[in-house]
Ligand binder design. Structure first.
Ligand SMILES: [Zn+2]
Length: 305
């Protein structure tokens, strides 16, 4: 009985398959099929560059991971991605671990053929190794900025040689900042820490990643330090964040980033699309400000964006 049922089912499936094939042949050829990969939606109003992302997307290799990210970026109308840190992550990585992660980003950037730019990930507790890695990846390699995470609080003196070298190379410094009500990690910087560092290096360009998560405090902490730009990624898409940043800092000091794959493109884009600010302000936030910030290093390296 079981085998008869099985045969019947199989026959029915075969018959059904044949019918489906005939039906498919009758579909007019001009009608586009629903492809697995949808074409880029494009974004007629805005050019969008995403200044904050990671290779934590699906894929066995950095090349596969960036290809997946670019597929999703296309669907959301995002033209360029900035990526940093490989995998797996570590709060206080050794110089060897940092180098390995930067190699993964270099591989991804090469695979992306101009659609993605890399920022070099450094652990400032290892100052000499950090300077060597800056030279390897930015001076002699294709990377165009610096990413600092949670190994050391950024107002510490060990940051100074790294910021000086980054400034010589015209590379902006993107520093993770957060204000956790449960308490920060020992090496985790607040926006106020970044303001202290930035005041010591007036010629450097800084990006306050996440604007401290608690963005009302973050915006206030960096307000008087004009070489720090607020980057909005990572937190929930709360109404009022972009409006306050534009009001307190000016649209020239606010940048869009997503923190993908930890956060979705859509939820972070919504912060800007949904903000009650002018279209000109949104153009600066989505791409104009990072393009202006990277223009000197692009010119120095001969990169044509
Ligand atoms: Zn991140």
């Amino acid at each position: 009985m079981q085998s008869a049922n099985h045969a019947l089912t199989r026959r029915a499936m075969l018959t059904g398959g044949a019918k489906a094939a005939v039906a498919a042949s009758l579909v007019p050829r001009c009608r586009p099929a629903i492809a697995e990969e949808e074409p880029a939606s494009g974004n007629p109003d805005y050019v969008i560059w995403d200044v904050h992302g990671h290779l934590s997307s699906p894929g066995d290799t950095p090349g596969q991971r960036i290809a997946n990210l670019l597929r999703y970026a296309d669907r959301m109308g995002i033209e360029r991605l900035i990526v940093f840190m490989g995998y797996p992550w570590a709060y206080d990585p050794s110089p060897e671990e940092v180098r390995r992660q930067n190699d993964q980003v270099l591989e991804a950037v090469e695979h992306a053929r101009g659609r993605a730019f890399g920022f070099v990930y450094l652990n400032p507790k290892h100052t000499e190794a950090s300077l060597a890695e800056l030279d390897r990846c930015v001076r002699d390699g294709p990377m165009v900025g610096v990413k600092l995470w949670v190994a050391a609080r950024c107002h510490e003196e060990c940051l100074d040689p790294i910021v000086r070298r980054a400034t010589e190379l015209k590379a902006p410094v993107l520093q993770h900042t957060w204000h956790k009500i449960t308490g920060n990690l020992p090496g985790e910087s607040t926006a106020a820490d970044l303001a202290i560092l930035a005041a010591r290096h007036p010629a450097a360009s800084f990006i306050a990643a996440h604007t401290a998560g608690d963005w009302q405090r973050g915006i206030r902490a960096i307000r008087a330090t004009t070489n720090v730009t607020a980057e909005i990624c990572g937190s929930d898409p709360a109404a009022g964040m972009v409006e306050m940043a534009v009001r307190e800092l000016g649209a020239e000091r606010v940048m869009y980033g997503s923190d993908y794959a930890g956060r979705s493109f859509a939820s972070q884009l919504a912060k800007v699309h949904g903000a009650d600010v002018s279209k000109d302000a949104k153009r600066l936030i989505f791409a104009g400000n990072i393009q202006r910030m990277l223009a000197p290093i692009f010119a120095a390296k001969g990169i044509r964006p």
